[in-house]
Design a protein around this ligand. Structure first.
Ligand code: SF4
Ligand code: SF4
Length: 82
Protein backbone atom coordinates (compact mmCIF):
# COMPACT_ATOMS: atom_id res chain seq x y z
CA UNK A 1 0.00 0.00 0.00
CA UNK A 2 1.36 3.41 -0.89
CA UNK A 3 2.12 5.94 1.80
CA UNK A 4 -0.04 9.05 1.63
CA UNK A 5 1.41 12.44 2.44
CA UNK A 6 -0.46 13.94 5.36
CA UNK A 7 -1.03 17.71 5.71
CA UNK A 8 1.39 17.91 8.61
CA UNK A 9 4.20 16.29 6.69
CA UNK A 10 6.62 17.91 4.24
CA UNK A 11 7.93 15.92 1.29
CA UNK A 12 11.54 16.31 0.25
CA UNK A 13 13.94 14.60 -2.15
CA UNK A 14 16.74 12.68 -0.45
CA UNK A 15 19.71 12.61 -2.82
CA UNK A 16 22.71 10.36 -2.24
CA UNK A 17 25.69 12.40 -3.48
CA UNK A 18 27.79 9.30 -4.10
CA UNK A 19 25.21 7.60 -6.35
CA UNK A 20 24.21 10.65 -8.42
CA UNK A 21 25.79 10.84 -11.90
CA UNK A 22 24.70 14.41 -12.61
CA UNK A 23 22.53 13.44 -15.60
CA UNK A 24 20.10 16.27 -14.83
CA UNK A 25 16.91 14.28 -15.45
CA UNK A 26 15.47 15.02 -12.03
CA UNK A 27 16.20 18.71 -12.53
CA UNK A 28 14.33 18.76 -15.85
CA UNK A 29 11.41 16.75 -14.44
CA UNK A 30 10.81 18.73 -11.26
CA UNK A 31 7.73 20.96 -11.68
CA UNK A 32 8.80 23.19 -8.80
CA UNK A 33 12.42 23.58 -9.95
CA UNK A 34 13.77 22.84 -6.50
CA UNK A 35 16.65 20.58 -7.57
CA UNK A 36 19.87 21.86 -9.13
CA UNK A 37 23.38 20.60 -9.75
CA UNK A 38 25.82 21.68 -7.10
CA UNK A 39 29.47 22.58 -7.58
CA UNK A 40 31.14 20.04 -5.27
CA UNK A 41 32.50 16.74 -6.62
CA UNK A 42 31.66 13.41 -5.06
CA UNK A 43 34.23 10.65 -4.51
CA UNK A 44 33.58 9.36 -8.04
CA UNK A 45 34.31 12.70 -9.61
CA UNK A 46 30.77 13.82 -10.40
CA UNK A 47 28.99 16.94 -9.36
CA UNK A 48 25.64 15.94 -7.91
CA UNK A 49 22.08 17.14 -7.62
CA UNK A 50 21.06 19.08 -4.52
CA UNK A 51 17.70 20.06 -3.07
CA UNK A 52 16.99 23.74 -2.55
CA UNK A 53 15.65 22.89 0.90
CA UNK A 54 12.02 23.91 0.41
CA UNK A 55 9.24 23.79 -2.15
CA UNK A 56 9.00 20.07 -2.90
CA UNK A 57 5.40 18.90 -3.44
CA UNK A 58 6.15 15.18 -3.36
CA UNK A 59 5.16 14.46 -6.97
CA UNK A 60 7.87 11.75 -7.26
CA UNK A 61 8.88 12.84 -10.79
CA UNK A 62 12.52 13.00 -9.73
CA UNK A 63 12.39 9.48 -8.35
CA UNK A 64 10.81 7.98 -11.46
CA UNK A 65 13.13 9.61 -14.01
CA UNK A 66 16.40 8.91 -12.18
CA UNK A 67 18.34 6.12 -13.91
CA UNK A 68 20.46 5.41 -10.83
CA UNK A 69 18.68 2.97 -8.49
CA UNK A 70 19.90 4.48 -5.24
CA UNK A 71 20.52 8.12 -6.10
CA UNK A 72 17.22 9.73 -5.14
CA UNK A 73 14.16 8.97 -3.06
CA UNK A 74 11.32 11.11 -1.78
CA UNK A 75 10.57 11.09 1.93
CA UNK A 76 8.36 13.06 4.25
CA UNK A 77 9.26 14.74 7.49
CA UNK A 78 7.11 16.35 10.15
CA UNK A 79 6.70 20.10 9.96
CA UNK A 80 8.52 22.11 12.59
CA UNK A 81 6.11 23.25 15.33
CA UNK A 82 5.39 26.98 15.18
S1 SF4 B 1 9.13 15.08 -5.59
FE1 SF4 B 1 8.51 16.40 -7.33
S2 SF4 B 1 8.53 18.52 -6.50
FE2 SF4 B 1 9.72 17.19 -5.08
S3 SF4 B 1 11.85 17.43 -5.76
FE3 SF4 B 1 10.99 15.58 -6.76
S4 SF4 B 1 10.25 16.33 -8.77
FE4 SF4 B 1 10.54 18.13 -7.45
S1 SF4 C 1 18.27 11.97 -12.13
FE1 SF4 C 1 19.42 10.82 -10.54
S2 SF4 C 1 21.51 10.60 -11.37
FE2 SF4 C 1 20.45 12.17 -12.58
S3 SF4 C 1 21.02 14.15 -11.59
FE3 SF4 C 1 19.08 13.47 -10.65
S4 SF4 C 1 19.67 12.25 -8.81
FE4 SF4 C 1 21.48 12.47 -10.12
Amino acid sequence: MSEQVQPFELPYPAIDPLECKACGRCIAACPKKVIALGTKLNARGYVFAEYAGAGCIGCLNCFYVCPEPNAIAVHVKAKEPK
